[in-house]
Design a protein around this ligand. Structure first.
Ligand code: NAP
Length: 247
């Protein structure tokens, strides 16, 4: 139970990668503040954790909204008075080639995938700094460096996370707060279920390991980066893609 006594906020923990991260951190003893956009998914995932003996409470909120994030962190402060681990996982895709991308498509992607990370990290940091211990882990994507047709906005947001991570890591290092990112490749979730079978098999054929990853593959890395075993790692982006972007 390496995370016993730690309080961990996982954004977008209701489904997919976030749900696996929340379950993994809970299995290692952390108390989970389980955020999701919908109350239903936040509650279902929290109940799942409690049903296997873990600790979790649902905190549904739209982390792309400054007012919702303010309210979320006020509630966290009231309930827990601290936060040790922040996993910025919530994200969305809305693919359009650039000439078909409307202003609101672009803004929605940036708000959900990048602004949310700024808002949650700043709020969490205010609680982490006095503790002089913290972990901030954000989920980027291989789209940040490999690019992807239809994903100029998503790739810009996910690349933004990497620069944000490097800069914040420098700002917080002296306070024993590490800041890292993870760049997953193709992971089987609702997000990638929207890809056609042809798109998926074409992608899988380019993965050296020969198969898509699972949410658990990402959760294992988050668990490591959250622990004291990773105390000397900061400002890094770990790619988890079965070798897809080896270059
Ligand atoms: P997913 O299956 O679509 O799940 C997304 C989760 O995020 C859901 O629980 C959703 O809430 C929540 N969410 C979305 N917008 C939110 C908001 N504004 N506020 C709070 N919660 C919000 O996605 P996933 O595949 O697990 O992806 C998780 C992260 O990994 C994302 O950042 C994604 O960009 C990144 N990623 C995924 C892949 C992949 O292959 N799957 C690859 C690279 C990177 P509800 O459940 O309540 O709707």
């Amino acid at each position: 139970m390496t995370l016993e006594g730690k309080i961990a906020l996982v954004t977008g923990g209701g489904r997919g990668i976030g749900r696996a991260i929340a379950l993994q951190l809970a299995s290692e003893g952390a108390s989970i503040i389980l955020n999701s956009l919908t109350s239903q998914n936040a509650e279902t995932a929290s109940q799942e954790i409690r049903s296997i003996g873990g600790q979790a409470q649902a905190f549904p909120a739209d982390v792309s909204s400054p007012t919702a994030v303010k309210t979320l962190f006020e509630a966290i402060r009231k309930e827990y008075q601290r936060i040790d681990i922040l996993v910025n996982n919530a994200g969305i895709i809305r693919d359009h080639i650039l000439l078909k991308m409307q202003d609101n498509d672009w803004n929605e992607i940036l708000q959900n995938n990048l602004n949310s990370i700024f808002l949650c990290s700043r709020a969490a940091l205010r609680m982490m700094l006095p503790q002089r211990w913290g972990r901030i882990i954000s989920i980027s994507s291989i789209a940040a460096f490999a690019g992807n047709t239809g994903q100029t906005s998503y790739a810009a947001a996910k690349a933004g996370i990497i620069g944000f991570t490097r800069s914040l890591a420098r700002e917080t290092a002296r306070n024993n707060i590490t800041v890292n990112a993870i760049a997953p490749g193709l992971i089987e979730t609702d997000m990638t279920n929207s890809f056609s079978a042809k798109q998926k098999s074409e992608l899988v054929s380019r993965i050296p390991l020969g198969y898509a990853g699972t949410p658990q593959d990402v959760a294992e890395a988050v668990s490591f980066l959250s622990s004291d075993r990773a105390r000397y790692i900061t400002g890094q982006t770990l790619t988890i893609d079965g070798g897809l972007t080896i270059c």
